[in-house]
Design a protein around this ligand. Structure first.
Ligand SMILES: Cc1cc2nc3c(=O)[nH]c(=O)nc-3n(C[C@H](O)[C@H](O)[C@H](O)COP(=O)(O)O)c2cc1C
Length: 370
């Protein structure tokens, strides 16, 4: 199973939802980087379930044990081993549907791939729970970027047909960028957040689920990082964002809307101020030719509605190929996109740190000429 990622960083994620625990090994971090464990726990708490009705009532402390690679609150430069023990498992919920493929989930394809030997309890290795170690590793990367003046923030842009105020593509101040992450519900506009919650609750009561879009912006990322063709900023970001379960689309800057524009509308005019080049608008989303431009990096990730729903759906028993009807039991997120917000921040942080570590100077180009 390819649960490994990275070019200059090496991330490996292991574990099953209802096994002993889940975790990650993150290799390639520079030595001597401070890691604030309290800040990391606060970050992971944003992903943890059970806070309100928009997420599964399953309660996981999600406390990461750092087994190696960090000593005295500082990275050693050796692999960082992260373990999160599973504490609130109810495998009985899965007994009746062991061979009934949940529509939209990976039960059927996992059976095909592993011949029935994979642990299906709670979705096994395909569970959204595997984003906890991703978030832990990414939370460390996020702190390392912050020490370099790079801030990563995200919000729930859309859910259940309701939109939050979008980030201004040309850039926002750090304080605003961090508002959603410091809020009980990850949006800028609390009225929009309340309307989203109402839609999510409506779907839950309807034995259903809704999808959503997470928008992430990075400010302070240096220009001149990334490579053309296959090693670009977009390539590296997309490769890890699609590793988040249920992510079905990724777009940068104006994204799919650029296809509807004229060149004169989509091009971002270059300007210069105080000896520095910038662009007036940011339809390009912070990368041109795969190389960072110095403008904010703007990426959106679309998440599908949670596949496990309590409503009856047609399926087959994949061991007998006999048709059946399934109403999924267990505790599931009515809108997984809410908890995907910090996962996106984590994935983006890992991708950008990976790119920075691969930059010839290790810090990007100098865009000033004074
Ligand atoms: C944070 C998060 C939480 C999730 N929670 C659930 C859940 O409660 N129930 C469920 O069926 N799927 C959940 N998923 C999605 C499944 O893991 C995912 O749809 C499944 O593995 C199939 O993968 P795919 O959608 O990428 O094809 C969650 C995903 C994320 C990112």
């Amino acid at each position: 199973m390819s649960s490994n990622w990275g070019n200059h960083l090496k991330l490996s994620v292991f574990g099953e939802s209802h096994g002993g625990g889940i975790g990650a090994v993150l290799d390639g971090l520079p030595a001597g980087e401070p890691v604030d464990m309290e800040e990391l726990s606060r970050f992971l708490a944003r992903r943890a379930p059970g806070k309100d009705r928009t997420s599964t009532p399953r309660k996981e402390a999600d406390l990461p044990e750092i087994l190696s690679g960090v000593l005295g609150g500082v990275t050693c430069g050796t692999p960082v081993g992260i373990l999160i023990r599973n504490t609130d498992t109810r495998s009985g919920d899965y007994g009746a549907m062991q061979a009934l493929a949940r529509p939209g989930h990976a039960d059927y394809t996992g059976f095909l791939r592993y011949g029935g030997y994979n642990d299906v309890r709670g979705g096994g290795h395909f569970s959204g729970r595997l984003t906890a170690p991703l978030a832990a590793a990414g939370g460390i990367a996020k702190q390392i970027l912050a020490h370099r003046g790079i801030t990563v923030g995200a919000h729930l842009l859309r859910a259940g047909g309701v939109s939050d105020v979008p980030f201004d593509p040309a850039g926002i101040d750090e304080e605003t960028l961090l508002v959603p992450g410091n809020s009980p519900f990850p949006v800028l506009d609390t009225d929009a957040g309340d309307a989203m919650r109402a839609e999510i609750e409506r779907a839950r009561l309807d034995l259903d689920s809704v999808g959503g879009v997470v928008e992430c912006m990075v400010i302070g990322f240096p220009a001149g990082v990334g490579d053309p063709m296959f090693g670009g900023v977009e390539n590296v970001l997309a490769s890890i964002l699609f590793g988040i379960p249920a992510c079905k689309g990724v777009e940068f800057g104006a994204g799919f809307a650029a296809a509807e524009m004229r060149g004169s509308e989509n091009n971002d005019p270059f300007r210069a101020r105080e000896g520095r080049v910038y662009t007036e608008t940011n339809n390009h989303g912070g990368a041109l030719g795969g190389i960072s431009s110095g403008m904010p990096i703007l990426v959106r990730a679309a998440f599908k509605p949670t596949p496990s729903i309590a409503r009856e759906q047609r399926t087959v028993d994949y061991r007998t190929n006999i048709e059946a009807v399934l109403a999924v039991k267990g505790r599931h997120d009515p809108c997984l996109a809410v908890r995907a917000v910090p996962c996106v921040e984590a994935a983006v942080s890992l991708a950008l740190l990976d790119l920075l570590l691969g930059a010839p100077s290790g810090k990007g180009a100098d865009t000033s000429w004074n």
